[in-house]
Design a protein around this ligand. Sequence first.
Ligand code: SAM
Length: 362
Amino acid sequence: MQVEEGRAKIKFSDGTFYNPNMRGLRDISVLFLKAVGKKRYSLLDATSATGIRGIRYALEAGAGKTTYLDMNKKAYADTKLNVKRNKLKGTIFNLDIQEFANSSEESFDVIDLDPFGSVAPYVYDLMKVAKDGTILMATATDAAVLCGAHYSACLKIYASQPLNNELCQEVGTRILINFIARIAAQLNFGIEVKLAISNLHYMRVFLVLHHGAENAVESIKQTGFGAFCSKCRAFYSSKGLAPKLNGKCANCGAETIPFGPIWLGNIYDHALLRKMKIMMPKGMDKNAIKLLRTVDLELDTPFFYSIPKLTRYLGISSVPRKRVLDKLGKKYEVSGTHFDPDGIKTDAPIKKILGSVKGAAT
Ligand SMILES: C[S@@+](CC[C@H](N)C(=O)[O-])C[C@H]1O[C@@H](n2cnc3c(N)ncnc32)[C@H](O)[C@@H]1O
């Protein structure tokens, strides 16, 4: 098979992974690195498959010394050929991440991790080849686990209680970030989240590692817990390692569902997102553009309200989301959210939100 993507031309054999549907996410990653603006940085494409990521970062986003890793023999061979085919230089290893990270004496400016399923088994080892300022970009495709469809798996892998409802994508993303923060802290790194997105079957986080015990403690302090009311859809969250949440909904009195631990810190660097918007290249994947435009306008606050869920609770027919946004926007901060096309983020109290939804129906 042969494909062209961005400025890369790649070929691959049967048995080497390449998913054309993830092109948009690769476009976003290239744009992210371009907007960060590092030059000639060292890069580890830790799960290279065809080598498409490392190759694109080198061709389009300023990567210098590039190292590729894949434990699959065919992927290793294809990466080698593709690096050459694109007239690039690179060091290519047919090794498992664990083996590589425990024997490497190098540390990298940028690490891309994109395994099959969970990133959990690899985060600890990759911290050993990170340094102060390393950018870690990691994709998790075990969204069903993080979204609570496999509750016990989430407990076992992430030591966190997920939420299997309209908030699951955002809660899952925050579970993933909190997991990375906890592992990073063990190796004396704090994390600064630049961007976190969830779409289709994946979650992808873009973060910077800051070395030092104080940084590590600071990011652990962004850990918290949440509680969700499945009757009126209100949610509550509180930072800290010992949950301070009430078991009853302050709005309707129903019992709430607890979830977490999760990351309750910021998940967007809006200045960087604005830069990315300006730098969007021609020919970028349309869905990726749409996703980034939504994220760019999204409030950086935990969780959102799904309008259809609120109308169901109120027993009224559907209302256009825009009308609710307009009504609430007169007095409060409001935005849509990429986590749910029917969702709104706002700092308005739940009673005002319900009032606006009712008002939008009349
Ligand atoms: C989803 S694919 C990567 C796709 C690629 N990043 C892209 O955008 O097309 C996952 C790759 O990671 C490799 N892999 C999985 N676990 C690994 C490990 N522990 N060490 C090294 N490679 C691994 C697999 O062999 C596979 O080629």
